[in-house]
Design a protein around this ligand. Structure first.
Ligand SMILES: C[S@@+](CC[C@H](N)C(=O)[O-])C[C@H]1O[C@@H](n2cnc3c(N)ncnc32)[C@H](O)[C@@H]1O
Length: 302
């Protein structure tokens, strides 16, 4: 199976699971993200680019300027968007990180015995893979090339950056063909290497977006909280964990590998920065973050 098809099948499965979930607690999240993205789209001077456009559940396409392009590597994303919004926008189906192919091929080579093709799911294999993953550099080349050719004035990131790390994990798990690549150790070297890979992928992605000078509307999982401890958000504070107010001990994960997105755009005007909680499922609450980064041309008209 080719790498593109492997990634597509992973995305199909993830998106199927996402859309198949009970959405009973999703209304406040959907309202918040649609109104945030909708404001940007309604003001947009020209066609926008929507990254992680998915099935359009979170994207108010009716407000998108004509010619707005969706970007999502899930092969069913545009068709699902069409069913939901009755439109057929231009679309890009490439991997946004530009690094999933390398990751898959590296995992395949490391895990498979060259003479039999069988999987070597041992601690040594996981450790060796961890070392190799550390040398991989996802550079967002397809996105950079597309942006260079099309130069959109407005780019929306619709809840996709927090997926880079999860999908990297799924890619590695797929190479292990049902055997677990993870160890029960507190510090799993492969888990740690993928966390660092994720941070490099997120940084490269932000660097490419920032270099365009376009207005950016970024929405992403800032954190994931596991368990049923009651949690609320206090006033906006950094790091995001300092904003959590809970009666008990929280188990929290950082899907962005520790990258501070607002800090990344310190040199630019941040017109809006807010966070809200999204109770995705029992025992799983996401801390969502929305940032509006002003375009360079708007800030320094000269
Ligand atoms: C949480 S969903 C967002 C849902 C979407 N905003 C909507 O309104 O339906 C994340 C989306 O990002 C896409 N995605 C994740 N990683 C990707 C990548 N590396 N390249 C391209 N698309 C990706 C998935 O296919 C999925 O549709």
């Amino acid at each position: 199976m080719g790498t593109g098809r492997t990634f597509a099948s992973i995305l199909l499965r993830e998106q199927g699971a996402y859309l198949g979930r009970s959405r009973s607690g999703w209304a406040p999240h959907l309202e918040a993200i649609r109104s945030f993205l909708g404001e940007g789209l309604a003001e947009g001077p020209g066609p926008a680019l929507i990254l992680g456009a998915g099935s359009g559940l979170e994207v108010p396409w009716a407000l998108a300027p004509p010619g707005t392009v969706g970007w999502d590597a899930d092969p069913l994303s545009r068709a699902r968007t069409c069913l939901r919004h009755r439109i057929w926008p231009p679309w890009v189906f490439e991997d946004l990180t530009g690094g999933m192919r390398d990751l898959w091929e590296t995992a395949q080579r490391t895990v498979r015995q060259p003479w039999s093709g069988r999987v070597r799911a041992t601690r040594a294999t996981s450790r060796r893979l961890a070392g190799l993953v550390r040398s991989l550099d996802p550079v967002a080349a397809p996105l950079e090339a597309w942006l260079g050719a099309h130069r959109p004035g407005l780019i929306l990131s619709a809840n996709v950056m927090g997926q880079f790390g999860v999908l990297a994990q799924r890619t590695v798990e797929k190479a292990f063909r049902g055997s677990s690549p993870w160890s029960a150790e507190e510090e799993d070297p492969l888990d740690e290497a993928l966390r660092e890979w994720t941070a490099r992928a997120v940084e490269a992605h932000l660097r490419v977006l920032g270099a365009t000078g376009a207005e950016l509307l970024l929405v992403h999982d800032r954190g994931v909280i596991f368990g049923d401890v009651r949690v609320t958000l206090g006033p906006l504070r950094e790091p995001w964990t300092a904003q959590l107010e809970a009666a008990g001990v929280l188990e929290a994960d950082d899907p962005l590998g520790g990258v501070d997105v607002a800090g990344f755009f310190r040199e630019r005007e941040i017109a809006c920065h807010r966070r809200w909680l999204w109770r995705v499922a029992p025992g799983q609450t996401h801390v969502m973050e929305a940032l509006r980064v002003r375009g360079r041309a708007l800030r320094n008209p000269a």
